[in-house]
Design a protein around this ligand. Structure first.
Ligand SMILES: NC(=O)c1ccc[n+]([C@@H]2O[C@H](COP(=O)([O-])OP(=O)(O)OC[C@H]3O[C@@H](n4cnc5c(N)ncnc54)[C@H](O)[C@@H]3O)[C@@H](O)[C@H]2O)c1
Length: 448
C-alpha cells in the first residue's frame, strides 16, 4: 500500500518505518526541515533501540522516504496517518492545532479518496473535528472528493517502540465504514498473522480507549507510590508489599514499582487531558485528579529526601545524578523527574553532575551551558567531588555498583535511590546512608 505519515517524531517515525519494513511504500512528512534533512542524511533524530538500522534498510530498499513537501505527500498515500504532537494546552486539555493543521493540509491538496487516520492521542470527538476541517477545506476549494476519518491510537512505549508496534497486544481501529475496515486490515495484515489483533469499534470508543489505557497505567503508578509513602511512615518496606500484591494475578507485577513519579510525553498530559474532557462535560473525575496530584507530590520526593539528609543546607553542595531520561532506553526528558529535581537543587544553590547513557544531548538542548550543571561522559565521573548520589532513572548500567568505592568517593555517604535498585543491606553495610522509596523506616529498624 502507499502510505503517508504526517509527523516524524517517536510515533510517526516508528509507524512509518515498521509499515515500510513489511513492504508498504511510505512517505513521512514533517514541518521540521532540520529533522527531515537529518533523516535524509541517514541520521536518526531520536534514540530508539533498533530504529536506526531499520530506517537505513528501508530507505535503501526505496520503501521509506522523508520530505517536507506536504502536497506531494498528500497525493502519495491512500492512507494519511496523522502522528503529530498533541501537547497540553494551558488548561491541560490536548492542544489540537497540529492535528487540525494536518487535516487542513490534506484537504488543500487531496484530489481523490483518502482515509485519514488519527494516530495521535486525541480527545473523544477529534475525528469529528478533523472531518469538519476537511469538509470545510474541500468546500472552500469547491472540490467534491470523498474521504473517511478513522481513529487508530498508538500504544507503543518509547524504548521498546519497535517491539510494541510489531508485536503489540492489539490494534484498535475506530470506524463505522466498511471501506476503512478493509483498508486498515490490509495495512496491518503483516502484523496480524499470528492471531487476530485488530479490534474494530466506533470512533469515540477508540479515542477513549487510548486515554483509558494511559490513565489506568498512571493510576497503578500513583497507587503504589501512595502505598510506598504509607510504608515509609508505617515502618514497612514497599518492596515487600510490591511482591506481596504483584503475585496476585488479578493485580500483576507490571507498573507497581515504587518510584519518583511518572513522566514522559504521555501519562502526565493524557491524564490531564482526560480530566479536562471530564470537566468540559461537567463530570468530576475524582480518581484522575488524585492520580495526578499523587504524582506531582511524588516528583518532589527526591529533593525532599536530599534536603532532609543535608538538614536543609544544600547551598554549595554537589549532587551526582544518574539518569536524566524519564525512563530507561530513551533520550526523552519530557516531564522527567530528573528535571524537577535539578531545578529545585539549582534554586537552592546546589550543583549537579549528571550522567545518562542517552539523554545528555537532550539535557544540553533544554538547559544549555550553565555553571551548575556538568554532564559527565561516564557514570562514575559524576562522583568526583560529589556530596551525594541520586538515581532518577533505572538504566541497566546503574544496577551494579561497587558500594565500597561509592562510600570512599562521596564526600558524605548519602545515596538517594528513586528507583529502589539496590538491596538496602548491601548499601548500608558499606557505610552508606540509603534513602530509597518506601523503605526508609525498615532501614532505620535495621540500623537499630
Ligand atoms: N511518544 C510516545 O511514546 C507516544 C506513544 C503513543 C502515542 N503518542 C502520541 O502520538 C502523538 C505524537 O507523539 P510523538 O511523541 O511522536 O511527538 P513528537 O513531538 O516526537 O513528534 C511530532 C512531530 O510532528 C511534527 N509536526 C507538527 N506539525 C506538523 C505538520 N503540520 N505536518 C507534519 N509534521 C508536523 C513535529 O515537527 C514533530 O516532528 C501524540 O499525540 C502523542 O500523545 C506518543
Amino acid at each position: 500500500m502507499k502510505i503517508t505519515i504526517f509527523g516524524s517524531g517517536y510515533v510517526g517515525l516508528v509507524t512509518g518505518t515498521c509499515l515500510a519494513d513489511v513492504g508498504h511504500e511510505v512517505i513521512c512528512v514533517d514541518v521540521d526541515a532540520d529533522k527531515i534533512a537529518r533523516l535524509n542524511r541517514g541520521e536518526v533524530p531520536i534514540y530508539e533501540p533498533g530504529l536506526e538500522s531499520m530506517i537505513r534498510n528501508n530507505r535503501e530498499a526505496g520503501r521509506l522516504r522523508f520530505t517536507t513537501d506536504a502536497a506531494s505527500a498528500v497525493h502519495f498515500g491512500m492512507l494519511q496517518f496523522i502522528a503529530v504532537g498533541t501537547p497540553p494546552d494551558e488548561d491541560g486539555s490536548a492542544d489540537l492545532k497540529y492535528v487540525l493543521k494536518v487535516a487542513e493540509t490534506i484537504g488543500e491538496h487531496m484530489s481523490e479518496y483518502k482515509v485519514v487516520v488519527d494516530k495521535s492521542t486525541v480527545p473523544v470527538g477529534t475525528a469529528d473535528k478533523v472531518h469538519g476541517v476537511l469538509e470545510r477545506t474541500l468546500a472552500a476549494r469547491g472540490a467534491e472528493i470523498d474521504f473517511d476519518v478513522c481513529s487508530n491510537p498508538e500504544f507503543l512505549k518509547e524504548g521498546a517502540a519497535i517491539e510494541d508496534f510489531t508485536k503489540g497486544a492489539r490494534i484498535i481501529i475506530g470506524t463505522d465504514s466498511e471501506a476503512v475496515r478493509r483498508g486498515m486490515r490490509e495495512c496491518y495484515a503483516p502484523y496480524n498473522r499470528n492471531h487476530e489483533k485488530l479490534m474494530f469499534m466506533d470512533v469515540r470508543s477508540a479515542e477513549l480507549t487510548k486515554y483509558a489505557a494511559n490513565a489506568m497505567l498512571a493510576t497503578k503508578i500513583s497507587f503504589i507510590n501512595e502505598i510506598s509513602n504509607l510504608a515509609e511512615h508505617l515502618g514497612a518496606d514497599a518492596e515487600h508489599v510490591r511482591h506481596g500484591i504483584g503475585s496476585d494475578p488479578r493485580i500483576g507485577y507490571h507498573f507497581i514499582y515504587p518510584g519518583c513519579g511518572y513522566g514522559g510525553s504521555c501519562f502526565p498530559k493524557d491524564v490531564q487531558a482526560l480530566g479536562q474532557t471530564a470537566t468540559e462535560i461537567g463530570y468530576e473525575a475524582q480518581l484522575l485528579e488524585a492520580v495526578e496530584a499523587v504524582n506531582l507530590r511524588q516528583k518532589t520526593k527526591l529533593f525532599d529526601k536530599l534536603d532532609q539528609a543535608f538538614d536543609r543546607d544544600l547551598e554549595g553542595k554537589t549532587i551526582a545524578l544518574w539518569g536524566l531520561a524519564f525512563k530507561p532506553n530513551t533520550d526523552d526528558m519530557r516531564e522527567a523527574p530528573s528535571r524537577e529535581l535539578m531545578e529545585a537543587l539549582w534554586q537552592r544553590g546546589a550543583k549537579v553532575q549528571a550522567f545518562d547513557p542517552e539523554a545528555a544531548e537532550e539535557c544540553r538542548r533544554i538547559y544549555g551551558e550553565r555553571d551548575d550543571l556538568i554532564l559527565a561522559a561516564r557514570r562514575d565521573d559524576t562522583l568526583e567531588g560529589a556530596d551525594a548520589l541520586v538515581i532518577c532513572t533505572e538504566w541497566k548500567a546503574f544496577r551494579t555498583v561497587d558500594f565500597d568505592h561509592l562510600q570512599r568517593t562521596l564526600r558524605t555517604p548519602v545515596v538517594v535511590d528513586g528507583r529502589n535498585l539496590f538491596d538496602p543491606r548491601s548499601v548500608k553495610s558499606a557505610g552508606l546512608l540509603y534513602y530509597a522509596m518506601g523503605r526508609g523506616d525498615s532501614l532505620r529498624r535495621q540500623a537499630a
